[in-house]
Ligand binder design. Sequence first.
Ligand SMILES: Cc1cc2nc3c(=O)[nH]c(=O)nc-3n(C[C@H](O)[C@H](O)[C@H](O)COP(=O)(O)OP(=O)(O)OC[C@H]3O[C@@H](n4cnc5c(N)ncnc54)[C@H](O)[C@@H]3O)c2cc1C
Ligand code: FES
Ligand code: FES
Length: 491
Amino acid sequence: MTQSAGSIRFILNDRDVTLTSVSPTGTLLDFLRLERRLTGTKEGCAEGDCGACTVLVGRLAGDDLVYESVNACIRFTGSLNATHVVTVEHLAAKDGTLHPVQQAMVDYHGSQCGFCTPGFVMSLYGLWLSKDNPGRADIEKTLQGNLCRCTGYEPIVKAAEAVAHARPDAVFDPIVKARADIAARLKAMRSDKTISLGDESGKLIVPGSVLALAEVLDTYPQATIVAGCTDVGLWVTKQMREINPVIFVNGIEELQSIQETKDGITIGAGVSYSAAFDLISARYPAFGRLLDRLGGEQVRNMGTIGGNVANGSPIGDTPPPLIALGASVTLRSKSGQRTVPLEDYFIEYGRQDRKPGEFVESIFVPNLPDGDLFSVYKISKRRDEDISALCGAFRIALDSDNRVTMARIAFGGMAGTPKRATNVEAVLIGTLWNEETVEAAQAAFEADYQPLTDWRATAAYRMLAAKNLLLRFFLETSGERAELVRFEVTA
Ligand SMILES: Cc1cc2nc3c(=O)[nH]c(=O)nc-3n(C[C@H](O)[C@H](O)[C@H](O)COP(=O)(O)OP(=O)(O)OC[C@H]3O[C@@H](n4cnc5c(N)ncnc54)[C@H](O)[C@@H]3O)c2cc1C
Ligand code: FES
Ligand code: FES
């Protein structure tokens, strides 16, 4: 193992911070509010939903300095090495002059009770820093992860539109002018040495490379790997779970890469949804549209596809499209690598094909062959920032006679794991792609799935919705007019 270094170092607003003692699961929100008395960052839900705790985290991506909004309530302080944390206190000038984003919120009455306001300001500030002339769609996407119970949102959107044209280089701003200096400071904080803090009663480890991670996991096979922390954070803030030791992998550069080859794309396990969005949207547009509805902007900036897969949740959104696309997952340990088809990685509820000492290194997604029909549908109670009741992905190939030659259909929310609908597929293959075939295949869902009833949906609703999604896929891909489908749920 590479030699250990003994501190977490980052920049907080304009100051360098060096921490030699950090709780493995201490949150950035608690650090800001309780230790640094930076109480502009608020706690609303403590589960990544409301955005009251939004701050920006800047990091080097190659030589670029990238700032993203994150939820401080579920981000662990130990994951911040070599980053720049920016809180709402950093925005106004020293003489009290408000930042243009803040001033626009005042001018357009974007704040009433004010509790959500610092979070909105930080989300809008992140957009303002990163995008020239954002449109309404950009603004709404940016604000998916910020809730306001008072304003009705319109004044906030108007403030965002008004400030969109006050470009960063034309006005006072604490980051724009200091970019080169911040980048140099972050570079100096980077290290490929493994950081290891604490003792057996509370240990956090930050490996500097994939090989170091394999070494660390060999020593601590029971450790919890933390990537974006958008699942693990809630185990701590909501379930009050003690997690020890914790291994932070979000800083490992090798896990951050997305490689395009002639056969497909390989997504490193540490790649966030936001980082993967453009490429996935370009290659598999329906998958991109799904990612747009996964969490809010802060969750997409933190959360990884690797974490979504590794977690093995039956309602994770990415496994159904990944399985339909024929993806595989590569696992690594000290003794080497192995690759398994993603559908085989999920064994049963709560159990995945990951041996002690192994971690998810990457996910390979093959190209969608020309002519294949592919779509993904997420069913949830709210359009944005809601967990799926069910999520279905469909991919078929047709021959020149309109006969189905290949079918890969996978669902989340219908079984204890993300699972293929092999019986439905069997009915489809070899038959003409028409409504009679679809009707026959709909019945086969009963053989593939026995869904549960829970607070998201009843078993009967899930089954009916899955069947109707196949019909929707048919109607959308065959250009036929959708007929009114009667909603019949029994018991
Ligand atoms: C507000 C909110 C909204 C959300 N909305 C959605 C949604 O719409 N759809 C959805 O699918 N999910 C949603 N999630 C859940 C979560 O964002 C995703 O599951 C995310 O992909 C998890 O990735 P992560 O990097 O944050 O994982 P983490 O929380 O860091 O880890 C999750 C699990 O994976 C393991 N792990 C992580 N990386 C590796 C690795 N490289 N090797 C082995 N194990 C690893 C961890 O040990 C842990 O068991 C939401 C979460 C929040 C807080
Ligand atoms: S406090 Fe609600 S998202 Fe963090
Ligand atoms: S102004 Fe009150 S919650 Fe937004």
